[in-house]
Design a protein around this ligand. Structure first.
Ligand SMILES: [Fe+2]
Length: 241
């Protein structure tokens, strides 16, 4: 696998065609729009859809039987406990996907001829195991609250859609380690911010016991961020040197 930025026959820029490029730009300017309307008409239509549409999924009722529900209601505090369940389900799904992202990146690193691949692999394996531990932590928390950790909550669904591009970048065999690290960086930045939010939400909902658990996750996520930024920086700078 090639792991360097290469100069090649890239024809996407207009400078490749000094004569036709400007004339094409001139032609585009002289043509009327292909359909009626403009940006404000587009906004109006979008606003109509926003007003009429339903939300993405729903948070499932905790438990199934009446007895289960009664105990669960007692366990889940806060005025709107579904908000906490929604966000717990989201983090759980994100951590599970995070494991898959790291597994794909580790395979890429192993297949590469990078000079420091052994050290990078060790760091990535360490982070991957912590993402898996976070997944198990959240599974336990949701089960304790009587919520279903296997349910896809609305925020989990939205997160999965937002992460699709990251998975595509990392599993593309043509992308370099640095390009894949940058995709993982996006995931880690989100993970950091969202664990902090989950801590605040747990505190706000009266789940002080969870805050302590979640703060440990915040700490390890902060370390992931430092490690990924360090490796990305090293890869890009060493390539440029
Ligand atoms: Fe992480």
């Amino acid at each position: 696998m090639e792991d360097n930025t290469k100069i090649g026959m890239n024809r996407t820029g207009m400078q490749m065609s000094p004569v036709e490029g400007p004339s094409q730009a001139q032609f585009a300017l002289s043509q009327p729009p292909s359909s009626e309307g403009g940006a404000s008409a587009l906004s109006e239509v979008r606003a109509q859809y926003v007003a009429q549409s339903l939300r993405v999924g729903s948070v499932p009722l905790p438990g199934t039987g009446k007895g289960v529900l009664a105990t669960t209601v007692d366990k889940i505090k806060g005025k709107n406990p579904e908000v906490l369940i929604n966000k717990l389900g989201q983090r759980l799904a994100f951590e599970r996907s995070g494991v898959r992202l790291y597994q794909a990146l580790i395979t890429k690193v192993e297949a590469s001829g990078h000079i420091r691949r052994a050290e990078l692999r060790t760091d990535l394996l360490h982070i991957c195991s912590e993402e898996a531990a976070h997944f198990h932590l959240l599974t336990g928390v949701m089960e304790n609250l009587g919520a279903d950790p296997t349910a896809q909550t609305p925020c989990a669904d939205v997160s999965a859609v937002a992460s699709l591009g990251l998975l595509q970048v990392i599993t593309d065999p043509r992308t370099t380690i640095a390009q894949s690290l940058e995709a993982i960086l996006t995931a880690e930045l989100t993970d950091n911010a969202c664990w902090e939010l989950l801590c605040d939400l747990a505190a706000e909902s009266g789940h002080g016991d969870l805050v302590q658990l979640f703060q440990q996750a915040v700490q390890s996520e902060a370390e992931h961020l430092v490690l990924i930024k360090k490796w990305l920086r090293e890869m890009v700078l060493s390539e440029a040197a």
